[in-house]
Ligand binder design. Structure first.
Ligand code: TRP
Length: 377
């Protein structure tokens, strides 16, 4: 059995650096490692519509944004299949069959669904004035299981918030296989191994980077935008003077450095100071942290360092995006080709599923023979 990746994102906005370190960077590495037989990366527009039914235009506009982010971050259509969820209608059919294998109560216990319902202000009782939960939204973990199993994915690289989705998917697989026979593959989640990447905080230090909180650095932000955001970042509120000792834990600038800094950044940054009044004499992040803890390292210095570290990663992405933006029809062509390929694969799984469930009436010559026999008697 091959090693197969399926993963994706909802097209509700441009992707930010939290998406990048949480999953996108890893996907590109896995793609280039050559260790996987197939890689599918899906733009989950149907899932995005489960809580944007009144705003399909938002989803429509963001499909191209996400596709541009994917390709400029290094997903290569020659190596990975990029596709749009709604264009693979087999996924909805699978969802409908899986729905019978999941209870309402189990969905209600799904921590991510719970939390997201709360975040969106969906009420679970009809008496108050708040809007109720759309059924499609409530059941999206089942549709996500269809996304994953349609491609017989073995590996799903996603952020930590998707853990309950993978758990639920695995349960559906086990239930399906024990009820109808071994057809589906139980996938493994792949989380970032760096703690800082598990859930990158927003620039304001809040637990999550999110568009609605206005605390994101986008992959497509200009160098000027990134610097303005980095300058405004939260550090240690007790670190007022350069000479004051500072806290590294919970200091968002250091969390971002943990997520983005690579060994070569130290020499690069040191050189930027040659001939200047101040200098930067560190060879590792541990040395920087030690100095900050002791005192004598200013917030402006660590922010300037972070800015150059971020831009070292973001500049090539920006450059590729600019090029791709000049050829939008090509990007749609990539998605169309990918969607057609994905459809062929999902159709095969759907056939296997229907065969196992014995809802293949017209393909089963034996059934007709048996029924003929039965009614003749
Ligand atoms: N739920 C994921 C998100 O919010 C998007 C998604 C949809 C997904 N289907 C998937 C991720 C299947 C991994 C596998 O980002």
């Amino acid at each position: 059995m091959g090693k197969i990746i399926l993963t994706g994102d909802r097209p509700t906005g441009r992707l930010h650096i939290g998406h990048y370190v949480g999953s996108l960077r890893r996907r590109v590495e896995l793609q280039n490692s050559g260790e996987f037989d197939k890689i599918y990366v899906m733009i989950a527009d149907a899932q995005a519509l489960t809580d944007n039914a009144d705003n399909p235009e938002k989803v429509r506009q963001n499909i191209i944004e996400v596709a541009l982010d994917y390709m400029s971050a290094g997903l290569d259509p020659e190596k990975s299949t990029l596709f749009i969820q709604s264009q693979v209608s087999e996924l909805t059919e699978l969802t409908f069959f899986y729905m019978n294998l999941v209870t309402v109560q189990r969905l209600q216990r799904n921590p991510t669904v719970k939390q997201e319902m709360q975040m969106r202000g969906f009420s679970d009782n009809d008496d108050d004035n708040k809007a109720g939960t759309p059924v499609g939204f409530f059941t999206y973990p089942i549709s996500q299981a269809a996304d994953i199993t349609a491609f017989k994915a073995t590996t799903v690289p996603v952020g930590e918030d998707q853990k309950p989705m993978l758990e639920q998917c695995r349960e559906i697989v086990r239930k399906f296989n024990s009820t109808y026979g071994e057809v589906l593959v139980e996938p493994e989640i792949m989380l970032p191994d760096n703690a800082a990447c598990l859930r990158l905080p927003g620039t304001d230090g809040k637990a999550k980077m999110s568009k609605s909180l206005g605390n994101c650095i986008y992959l497509s932000d200009s160098a000027e935008e990134v610097w303005a955001k980095v300058k405004g970042m939260f550090t240690d509120p007790g670190h007022l003077q350069v000479s004051d000792p500072g806290k590294v834990e919970g200091n968002t600038v250091f969390t971002y450095l943990d997520a983005f800094c690579r060994p070569e950044h130290f020499a690069m940054f040191r050189e930027a100071f040659i001939g200047k009044k101040v200098s930067f004499e560190f060879n590792s992040l541990d040395e920087v942290k030690e100095q900050y803890r002791k005192g004598g390292l200013g917030d402006m210095m660590i922010k300037t360092f972070l800015n150059s570290v971020l831009n070292d990663t973001l500049e090539p992405i920006r450059k590729r995006r600019k090029e791709l933006e000049q050829n939008i029809p090509y990007v749609y062509e990539v998605l169309k080709k990918g969607s057609n390929q994905a459809r062929a694969v999902a159709a095969q799984t759907l056939k296997d599923v229907k065969d196992a469930m014995r809802i293949n009436y017209f393909d089963d010559a034996e059934l007709i023979a048996q029924q003929s026999e039965k009614f003749r008697e």
